[in-house]
Ligand binder design. Structure first.
Ligand code: HSE
Length: 303
């Protein structure tokens, strides 16, 4: 068998939670990071270009490289020395799954360079263990909108029907919010009322996404498990939400742990919703980039 010497892995951004689906649902978006691994006898080299390239570590602490090493640890082989070229399209620490792209990218590249000893399911389980929750890494790997739940012997993954007329619009502000900080503000216990609220609204969300029934979608994007605690970390949240809804969005939620905000709308209202979100943030002094981003349905691609 010939040894593969170079491989490029392209991984989509993801938006997790979708309101009431905290830590269990996410969707892949057409925005990508690309990672090229080349065997290289002269030791680790990491080169980064693209969006916010200067913020990425280029030593052994790099998360992409850590994931690559993890794969080799798991299969109990010595990892090859590599040169890694990173092309970033997904902004960092914005709630768009940039860490998930690194984890998935490193594991998938490692697996292919090792001759693909692990199945996609095994890679996915390693990715979930590394990230600590499944809602970014699963759609990053598989594409589309995915629900992950613990099964009796491992993870159960469902692809979630997303009606083609529902379009995501994301507004990415020019400030970062670490997932750690956004998780630290969450309570460790919730009331029965809040649990019931989320169970009902999550069910409604799944039906709303499948059917595009507007009144269901409008109600379904509400959440009581994480958003009420996180909104204070995102200045202008209420104004951006009101502007998005007034411009024709069904509703707005925090993308992942934030601070990016995600509105769902239809094709017709997309430009107006994006402009309204950007302007609302501008009025409170926050610069942002807002645009519609269709769902990616392929997940990770290798070439
Ligand atoms: N479900 C996670 C959270 C996504 O909201 O904290 C962030 O990585």
């Amino acid at each position: 068998m010939s040894v593969i010497s170079t491989i490029t892995v392209k991984v989509p951004a993801t938006t997790a939670n979708l309101g009431p689906g905290f830590d269990c649902i996410g969707a892949a978006l057409k925005l990508y990071n690309e990672f090229k691994f080349t065997r290289n006898e002269r030791g680790l080299i990491i080169q980064v270009s693209g969006t916010e390239a200067e913020k990425v570590q280029t030593d052994e602490s790099n998360l992409l490289y850590q994931a690559f090493l993890k794969l080799y640890q798991y299969i109990e082989q010595t990892s090859p020395s590599v040169k890694i070229e990173i092309k970033l399209g997904v902004p960092l620490a914005r709630g768009l799954g940039s860490s998930a792209t690194a984890i998935v990218g490193g594991l998938v590249a490692g697996n292919v360079l090792a001759g693909s000893p692990l199945s996609e399911l095994q890679v996915m389980e390693l990715a979930i263990a590394m990230e600590g929750h499944p809602d970014n890494v699963v759609p990053a790997l598989l594409g589309g909108c995915c629900l992950a739940a613990t099964g009796l012997t491992g993870w159960e993954i469902c692809d979630i029907t997303w009606h083609r007329q529902i379009v995501p619009v994301i507004a990415i502000p020019d400030f970062e919010l670490s997932t750690l900080e956004a998780r630290q503000v969450l309570p460790t216990e919730v009331s029965r009322g809040d649990a019931i609220f989320n169970t009902a609204h999550f069910g409604l969300l799944l039906r709303g996404l499948a059917t595009h029934r507007e009144e269901w979608l409008r109600a379904a994007l509400q959440d009581k498990l994480h958003q009420p605690y996180r909104q204070a970390l995102i200045p202008g949240y209420d104004a951006v939400e009101a502007a998005a809804v007034a411009a024709g969005a069904y509703g707005m939620v925090i993308s992942g742990a934030g601070p990016t905000l995600l509105a769902l709308t239809d094709e017709l209202h997309t430009p107006g919703v994006a402009t309204a979100m950007r302007n609302a943030w501008k009025q409170v002094g926050i610069k942002s980039v807002a645009q519609s981003l269709p769902l990616d349905i392929q997940g990770v691609t290798i070439f």
